[in-house]
Design a protein. Structure first.
Lengths: 202, 202, 202
């Protein structure tokens, strides 16, 4: 098992936790709602990417570990949700690591399937954010990509960084770590310094 | 034509009726809204399942009978909607038979495509409920999986029952009928006895 | 480059403009929101069609010109949005040309992949309207297909016209132009004369 695989499983588990927590203040926060939301949040991004690329079988269908990682996330949320809510800052870090990882993994996968770099960057961003978009759309929230935070934009910056580093011949693991760091730093700085994406309509 | 096929066509027609009725109290209940909603409700679940499994051609694209069953449902709703609304209990039974059938058919189809039983159970539930989820998301309702009723949970119980019966070697038709009965009974009992899925956040 | 291809690229650009403008009165009309919405609006319809038909690679993945047409649309909106909003009538015409074109192109593509005409008509309508449906669902608006205007119904009429003309042996370009004209005329007349699709529940 590579370090990257372990991180991906951990990232899936973290996405499941944030998904399950998302139904907390909903009308009907039962076991099914929480589990369904956790599941869709976790697999949504990668699924959208693979459907668009026609890459079958989907990762979570061929690798059952992902489903069990999600279940672990659900059970952890059930047991520790009071602590988890207090650990907002830790959760934020987990989520940030998760989107960084999923962006670069998604970009890389798209590239490996032979698409152009511009498309690979879109696929990277979609891998990271579409799970959240589907979750928010289904729970009648304003999707995360429409909120103030520098969220998807950080992913896009990371994906482009990876592509540039790859293009100039940077060794793959270095490029991976640097590009992920771009996302993590941008996101942390954005929240700390209240950065906003520039408004479109001046 | 097998009995199962006839039931599937009848189930599709019933889903189309409940889909068309869903726009009744909307702002703009015109022919297109009603037909579009009927169509999406009927084919949504199976389509999500087949897209996720990469199983082409989609059932309703290769078998035109399904489209005509939906049209029959739309026309029946147009003619008899006042009666249908009064027949709430009959419609509930039809819908319950429909989700029971679609759950087991979906589970079985996924299994036949070689996925693991855990994934097949998810596909069974998705076949039954995703049409309704898409319908509710598009019409800005709270999706059915987020409502109080024991709905998707009954489907999950039925899918798991089918997988267990299949695993212990039960004859296929028997397993099919027993598992469908689990869903139907659970759903009827849940509504009668006001059962609720346990809350996730105690 | 055929005239049709140039028109398709122009149509994509027009869809991107109307997508970017759609976030104008939203809570958070930043560059990412506008670009994401423009992108999803532009490629949504064709993507839904191609996913349902299993037609890979998706058009915008294999032809990068589409992505650049969308970017041009976004930049034009950024620079000229005040003028564009005043040009409401021109935009309406562009959008009408766009849906007419996409309906017939979608119908034709589905036919060429060997599906039945009834299914091809559905694919034509989906090509034209699903981008807007996804955009509206994500931005928590009532999807365009549920609004009063004769929108998707005009597309359906055009798709059916094309299929009839094709069936009776009309030369392809003639059928294309006539069917597109049906959509454009129906839509303009509907808006001018305040036509409505008949109500479903009398």
């Amino acid at each position: 098992m590579s370090i990257q695989y372990i991180l991906e499983i951990a990232g899936t588990c973290a996405f499941a936790i944030s998904g399950a927590l998302a139904v907390k203040d909903k009308d009907n926060p039962d076991w099914f709602s929480a589990s369904f939301t956790a599941f869709v949040s976790s697999i949504g991004g990668g699924t959208v990417r693979d459907l668009l690329l026609g890459s079958y079988p989907l990762v979570w269908i061929s690798d059952i570990t992902i489903l069990y990682a999600i279940m672990v996330g659900i059970v952890l949320t059930f047991i520790f949700y009071k602590k988890l809510i207090r650990l907002r800052r830790t959760l934020f870090l987990f989520d940030t690591f998760g989107i960084a990882l999923f962006t670069i993994v998604g970009t890389e996968k798209a590239l490996s399937l032979g698409v152009r770099p511009e498309i690979a960057a879109i696929m990277g961003v979609f891998s990271a954010v579409m799970g959240g978009v589907i979750r928010d759309t289904m729970t009648n929230e304003i999707p995360i990509v429409y909120q103030k935070e520098v969220y998807a934009t950080a992913c896009l910056a990371g994906a482009v960084s990876y592509l540039v580093l790859d293009y100039v011949g940077t060794e793959r693991n270095t490029a991976f770590i640097l590009a992920a760091a771009v996302i993590i730093l941008l996101r942390i700085l954005a929240v700390r310094l209240k950065w906003r994406v520039p408004t479109f309509f001046r």
